[in-house]
Design a protein around this ligand. Structure first.
Ligand SMILES: NC(=O)c1ccc[n+]([C@@H]2O[C@H](COP(=O)([O-])OP(=O)(O)OC[C@H]3O[C@@H](n4cnc5c(N)ncnc54)[C@H](OP(=O)(O)O)[C@@H]3O)[C@@H](O)[C@H]2O)c1
Length: 280
């Protein structure tokens, strides 16, 4: 099946590269288009065989499955552009959470899905969050899950939980990288250890931690128990973290959800302020 990617920014590129490097898709099967054409051309030059479509309409005409990899504020323009050439046979996948499946189904005659990816798919790991629309057949669903199984572990989530699941699966690589950086910076400031060493220590630790939790038989709880022996230094450290860190995660989740609500409102205003949005 020919597959198109509208938007080859950070995540569009990550997906294209992961699908090709996993061997699941070949460059010849892919059509890409990006508002700044040079970005798409650069990607195509790195993976010879990828087709750079002249515009989004040509991309839709040449493909059966289309990934919308733009930011929420860019959806209306793209939907206006492609709705005339999208058919009932197309599968259109949004990778962003604040654009509702119902709105996409009102704009396009296509079969819609929402699949929120994560940067972790670059190394074929992490969960992709799979939210099927109402028009997908059982075969479509199986095909999409199989596609994403090549680069991730697809997990079906309710659209109501799309934001929190995205916080945990898609935003957390950045959140945790930030916390590790802050920990290393504090180590440098408090002790004078070279920054390079501090960064290397936390990075190597994170790699081992990930493996212990996925293939080493540990859970988050058993791992803490195993390291924090009674009366030891780690136990005291954990007691401080228990008190000080929990509140920040509540604030973080409240913040992402407030921004999500604002984004939904903006997107819905943009997508719904016209009568002609319905497909003829
Ligand atoms: N980054 C992540 O880790 C991640 C994870 C999960 C989900 N997402 C979702 O993925 C979406 C994209 O995020 P991103 O980080 O990849 O953003 P990004 O780097 O800004 O990429 C968006 C791309 O869309 C292109 N674009 C905008 N309007 C277009 C149009 N009319 N036609 C063709 N291309 C167009 C932009 O082109 P220009 O080059 O002209 O700007 C840009 O390259 C967001 O909605 C985000 O929520 C991202």
């Amino acid at each position: 099946m020919k597959i198109g990617f509208i938007g080859t920014g950070s995540m569009g590129r990550t997906l294209v590269e992961a699908f090709i490097r996993s061997g699941k898709l070949s460059p010849q099967d892919l059509y890409i288009h990006n508002r700044t054409r040079a970005k798409a051309e650069l990607l195509a030059s790195e993976y010879p065989g990828i087709h750079v479509a002249a515009d989004n309409r040509e991309l839709v005409r040449q493909t059966r499955c289309i990934f919308l990899c733009m930011k929420p504020g860019e959806f209306r323009r793209v939907l206006e552009e492609i709705r005339g050439c999208t058919t009932r046979d197309h599968i259109v996948v949004s990778i962003t959470s604040p654009v509702m499946i119902q709105d996409l189904e009102e704009w396009l005659p296509a079969k819609i899905a929402k699949i929120i990816p994560s940067i972790t798919h670059a190394i074929f790991s992490g969960n992709s969050l799979y939210i099927p629309g109402s028009r997908l057949t059982t075969d479509d669903q199986a095909w999409l899950k199989d596609l994403f199984s090549a680069i991730s572990s697809p997990l079906e989530v309710d659209e109501r939980h799309a934001r929190i699941a995205s916080d945990l699966a898609s935003c957390s690589p950045a959140f945790f990288a930030n916390m590790m950086e802050k920990m290393a910076d504090a180590a440098v400031e408090e002790t004078g250890i070279p920054r390079e060493s501090a960064i290397s220590l936390v990075t190597q630790m994170a790699q081992g931690l990930g493996r212990l939790l996925t293939e080493g038989g540990f859970t988050l709880h058993t791992l803490q128990q195993r390291v924090a022996v009674p009366g030891g230094i780690t136990r005291e450290g954990l007691e401080l973290l228990e008190k000080e860190v929990s509140p920040i995660f509540h604030r973080l989740i409240q913040l992402t959800h407030n921004k999500y609500e604002e984004d939904i409102e903006k997107v819905q205003k943009a997508l719904n302020n016209r009568v002609e949005k319905n497909v003829p």
